[in-house]
Design a protein around this ligand. Sequence first.
Ligand SMILES: Cc1cc2nc3c(=O)[nH]c(=O)nc-3n(C[C@H](O)[C@H](O)[C@H](O)COP(=O)(O)O)c2cc1C
Length: 415
Amino acid sequence: MQLIVSKNFNKTDSHKIDTYIAGGGYEAVKKCLTSMTPASVIEEVKNSGLRGRGGAGFPAGMKWSFVPKESSKPKYLAVNADEGEPGTFKDRLILERDPHLLLEGIMIACYAVGINAAYIYIRGEYKKAFDAVNAAIKECYGRGFLGGNIFATNYKLDIYPHSGAGAYICGEETGLIESLEGRRGQPRLKPPFPAVAGLFMGPTVVNNVETLAFVPDIISKGAAWFAAIGTPKNSGTRLFGVSGDVEKPGVYELELGISAKKLIYEICGGVKDGAKLKGFIPGGLSAPIMTAAEIDTPLDFDSLAKAGSMAGSGGVIVINETRSIPKIAARTADFYAHESCGQCSQCREGTRWVSQLFNKILNGGGRKKDIDLILDICSNMTGQTICVLSDACAMPSTAFINKYRNEFEALVANN
Ligand SMILES: Cc1cc2nc3c(=O)[nH]c(=O)nc-3n(C[C@H](O)[C@H](O)[C@H](O)COP(=O)(O)O)c2cc1C
């Protein structure tokens, strides 16, 4: 199996600049700056088919091309290292173990879009990751890879690490921008989209850590090489963070399109203690649960969307047959109720109401009509709000009921 973003993880001193350079590091950005135009860099990333690994799977090259070439205001890159989605812990490894791979990806993205300042918004709890990134940035300034006249060209770039404010909503791209500006992380109404008016109202690209970490290899090995990995329209590998009732939890870099069956049973050694599989959540907590019968589904953006779930952040949560789905549903809704920023009533009221009803059912005080009431509330929480946190609660809540309704009915009075 070809490793791209995790290829350096197990090297001694993998976080140091000398280790990175010894493995061919910083050659790709040098190639861009000295022999490629910004437009040809964007074209290469577009042709590679690279899709965002932060959640929505949006094509990275296309996102970059939306930023206006000429701008009266400075342009920015905001790197999303907030990693707040429950079940997701893959960017952390890149930040801690190979921060230079991320920095090189940032440099290439910034050159391509005409950006001279990038901010890395790092989850507040990730102290070790913050320190590793901070030290790597300092090493780059020391070698002249950041600042002015990079690789003897007239290109200049500064990169700033920023510690996150400790809320899930700060991972939403416009919540992140607000937080970077020093305010509460409350998402902004779109349009305008960040590509037009983002950080400090300048045109801004927001990309996930892992997305950017693919870019150096795409430049050095070519778009066609990357596009040949994975499946058509879902090219490359991704980091799957596997947790829950599984023998070998961890972070695994695998081709997009691998089946859940292969991931859980062959790569991760199967369900823990030989138990039977009840279901799995394929892309972080917001992704609707899949049943054991759906185990052959390929884990890529399009196949999972077709199956009514989503690839999201690549966090795969394995659930064995003894787990109570109503309990998982209540805990899930509790999380979103706690994390709603409160701007939109559908989300502020809806997440709390759904959480209350799930807990009422779980604690034996529920009625059959409460189950349908949850579905009704969820349908009114979808597609109605400034950001999709509301949907992120409604989608899994609906799936828990639709796929395991008997477990909820067993807990309620028949009225
Ligand atoms: C509530 C919420 C939380 C999010 N949290 C994260 C996060 O922690 N990390 C991340 O990369 N994207 C997160 N996203 C997705 C971002 O809004 C954005 O789509 C992503 O950073 C874009 O990067 P990409 O195109 O490289 O995937 C979140 C979205 C929502 C709605």
